[in-house]
Design a protein around this ligand. Structure first.
Ligand SMILES: [Zn+2]
Length: 330
């Protein structure tokens, strides 16, 4: 993913950053009082999940290590009791002409429930560390512990809980491919070169009208030490009730320190396209790092390895997601 120049919304990235200091309208009186401690998210288990996918090496779409990791994710979801595991495969063209054999993986829990929540993350990693200082390093692939690994680690741990305790709603876990093969230069004009797997999934999403998810939550770069999660700008614009729901739940769950109740920068990410398809979707993402004022310093560099990952960050995100899911009425 990358920072978004919000031409269509008439504001710039700089404006978004400036706005980040102002409090949103969400107030204490929206705190849910009924958080049910159904499931205790295990950050260490999620950490092990991240390490397992990172151990495959860079998961660049179309490479053998990517394929092996995809098989691992599918096998895990089948072991973890998903009602169905659906694979959408195809070939899509990247902006540079590369032909990408992508694989989107959808695991459905409580498949007959008429109300559903979509949890998604990308599982591919960036082919080029184009944020590296050295020119020679920019053509090397990113290991993607945080960017491509952390969301997978959290969702596989969520799956373990869904197997043990059925929520009142149906839950769809979607692992999308080819998110990070986009064109980094040329602000504003190349948005559609990113999130290719999600764009393909939305063309043929396996939902009848009656079971389209009520909303979606995207997890991206949710594993770094001391990560803070601001209300990402696009989410706030397009799916504010869901942002309110999740950030309120974070506060009532004891994670108000991690889920900062202020608006952050705007990101082009998978949720951008899910919103366009009519499903309100938010992005939980570290987008206001104190050092960079945007992503974690390891973003799209060779430093995005397991040293970046902290189980307490995974725990904070995973616990909030579980608390949202298990408090969601049918
Ligand atoms: Zn990325």
């Amino acid at each position: 993913m990358r920072m978004l120049q919000i031409a269509a919304l008439g504001v710039s990235l700089i404006c978004c950053a400036c706005n980040s200091g102002s409090k949103t309208e969400t107030s204490q009186n929206q705190i849910p009082a009924d958080t049910v401690p159904v499931a205790v998210f295990d950050g260490d288990s999620a950490y092990v999940n991240v390490k397992r996918v990172v151990d495959f090496g860079p998961r660049v779409t179309g490479t053998p290590s990517h394929d092996a990791c995809g098989q691992y994710i599918v096998a895990r979801l089948e072991t973890l009791g998903a009602d169905t595991v659906m694979i959408q495969e195809g070939v899509v063209s990247a902006y540079n002409g590369d032909r990408l054999p992508y694989k989107n993986i959808l695991a459905r829990y409580n498949a007959d429930a008429p109300k559903r929540v979509l949890l998604l993350t990308h599982w591919d990693t960036r082919p080029w560390a184009d944020q590296e200082a050295k020119l020679d390093d920019r053509s090397k692939p990113v290991l993607g512990a945080n960017d491509g690994g952390s969301g997978v680690g959290v969702l596989l741990e969520v799956a373990r809980h869904l197997q043990a305790h059925e929520p009142q709603v149906g839950v769809d876990l979607l692992f999308v491919d080819a998110e990070d093969y986009g064109q980094s230069d040329g602000w504003g004009a190349n948005e559609d070169t990113w999130c290719l797997g999600t764009q393909e999934w939305l063309k043929t999403k396996p939902y009848k009208d009656s079971v389209v998810p009520a909303y979606g939550i995207l997890l991206d770069m949710v594993g770094a030490h001391d990560a803070l999660f601001y209300r990402e700008f696009t989410s706030q614009q397009l799916a504010k009730p869901i942002v309110d729901k999740v950030w309120s739940r974070a506060l009532s769950s004891g994670y108000g320190d991690r889920f900062v109740n202020e608006v952050g920068t705007a990101i082009t990410d998978d949720h951008t396209f899910v919103n366009r398809a009519g499903i309100p979707c938010i992005d939980i993402i570290e987008c206001m790092n104190p050092t960079t004022k945007s992503f974690h310093p390891s973003w799209h560099t060779l430093s995005d390895d397991m040293n970046v990952i902290d189980s307490s960050t995974l725990k904070a995100v995973g616990q909030v997601v579980l608390n949202v899911i298990y408090n969601e009425p049918a």
